[in-house]
Design a protein around this ligand. Sequence first.
Ligand SMILES: Cc1cc2nc3c(=O)[nH]c(=O)nc-3n(C[C@H](O)[C@H](O)[C@H](O)COP(=O)(O)OP(=O)(O)OC[C@H]3O[C@@H](n4cnc5c(N)ncnc54)[C@H](O)[C@@H]3O)c2cc1C
Length: 458
Amino acid sequence: MLKNEIINKLRKIVGSENVLNSKITMTTYAYDSSPFLGKPGAVVFPTTTEMIVEIIKLANKYNIPVTPRGAGTCLCGGAVGVEDAIIISLAKFNRILEINAVNRTALVEPGVVNKELQLAAEPYGLMYAPDPASQNVSTIGGNIAENAGGIRGVKYGCTKEHVLGLEVVLPSGEVITTGGLNSQVDPEIDLTYIFCGAEGTLGLVTKALLSLTPINSDTKTMTAVFATLEDAGACVSEIIAKGVIPTTMEILDNTVIKAVEDYAKLGLPKDAAALILLEVDGFPAETKAMVENIIQAFKNNNSINYKIAKDEKERQDLWKARRAVNGALGKLKPSNVVHDIVVPRDRLAVMLKKVAKIAEKYDIIIGQVAHAGDGNLHPTLYYDHRIPKEADVIEEACDEIIKETINEGGTISGEHGIGLEKLKYMPLAFSQPSLDYMKKIKESFDPENRTNPGILLP
Ligand SMILES: Cc1cc2nc3c(=O)[nH]c(=O)nc-3n(C[C@H](O)[C@H](O)[C@H](O)COP(=O)(O)OP(=O)(O)OC[C@H]3O[C@@H](n4cnc5c(N)ncnc54)[C@H](O)[C@@H]3O)c2cc1C
């Protein structure tokens, strides 16, 4: 429990209405969207950089850890806070300060919700390209801290490709600006990217200059069904090898196809090994050429059938299968663990098969959806936590998935981050010298280890 003296000082900084510390609220903030549990002592809602500086200085004086938090949609336990930590929620620090259509940039505060930025950019014919599935609620600060990806990632990249500059409150309480937020950008060591994916361990992002992307005039959406994972994998490789970069390229495996068909009755062949959902965007002449190449790849790789949406209604119909995945699989079992791994694109089919074998070995349901274009798989393990036979093997099955990922030349997280969840796998993914240098970076920013301690680095 944080002392009343501290709570009163926090109230002075942000106002009484912006400090919460009741037991029930602390229980709520002890969770994010992962199964991990923190034990925070208070939640504060600053609305300016100056307030955050004051909070950090107070925390430093009394040796209290702090954890930044956006919407709490983190899937790896990064936003829950260690014992008696002050959770600094950026949720109310949430103004879009500028959309500059000529420069195609947006200047935003960290609590801006991703979707709100998308909507604000749209009237200018622009979009903010990173589009995590949590975009209706997750914040730009959280997206930057996790280097969030989305289904457009195959063409447009993840968050860090769209961050031009940052304002950051460091663990010392000092404020720095980086990249395009510096008045003069001479040759510099650009610190912007050290904060992208640092999971809030190096400081709090308080302002971000982001690049916006023109919305393309034409979009074509397609699905194709395959009898084997090898064919589907080879099709993905052929499409990319032809120089076609789809906006979206998702694979659903047989477990998912069956569950979706039972749930949504879309007419999917339940014996198919894989369904690929593809979208391309560009000028009409470009999309036409891309579609021709993709159809050829479908045919070359024995697609059982394929569909191309002729209009927006048909496009939405094709998306139905993808959108139904969570609901369909969630009906099968009450609990799940979402994995987030990456393998080289040419190992995708092999990895999908290996995971299916792991499901068989442990007699559990693993539904697999992959952002196939960038080799990012989300095997999701479904089980009943009340049945020991199922619950007891989940961790072992997760460990085996990670081991096979590393064997295939892959890595342990594509977009969901490390947090608490993947901590134990860091030594498998990184050499000791790499880990040592990461620790040195952390120590140089935060020698007392007060800013989001306990996550990311073992
Ligand atoms: C249904 C669902 C779908 C999802 N889909 C995707 C997806 O498609 N792609 C994807 O990449 N992720 C996805 N996620 C994971 C999650 O939404 C992302 O990691 C997102 O970026 C987290 O944003 P948030 O605002 O919720 O941050 P939080 O969960 O609050 O925090 C995440 C991390 O960022 C840190 N942080 C937050 N704000 C700041 C700040 N201002 N400065 C410094 N550090 C900060 C926190 O300390 C924490 O470590 C999904 C999650 C859910 C629940």
